[in-house]
Design a protein around this ligand. Structure first.
Ligand SMILES: [Zn+2]
Ligand SMILES: [Zn+2]
Length: 87
């Protein structure tokens, strides 16, 4: 399986806001963003409707929020292979 290094604490996102250059905050991946109200099947529908194919490409979509101007944008994180891949 592949894991997201951001979600697992190996790394963290440092992206500046495209509007005001303030450092944006990682609010979590898009699944956490939509919360428990979004069941698995509908998450896939959301990704498809937005053009996100993170399941197929092993990518984790994070939602970044700017604390200065309130801008939100998504950032695609490449997942890496988990340590148990050869078990
Ligand atoms: Zn992630
Ligand atoms: Zn901003």
């Amino acid at each position: 399986m592949s894991i997201c290094p951001i979600c697992n604490g190996f790394s963290h996102l440092e992206q500046s806001c495209p509007s005001c250059r303030h450092m944006m905050e990682d609010t979590g991946n898009i699944e956490q963003f939509f919360g428990p109200y979004t069941p698995y099947r509908e998450r896939n529908d959301i990704k498809m409707s937005n053009g996100y194919l993170d399941v197929a490409h092993h990518e984790c979509i994070h939602v970044l929020s700017c604390p200065h101007c309130g801008r939100q944008q998504t950032f695609t994180v490449k997942e890496m292979m988990g340590p148990d891949v050869y078990d």
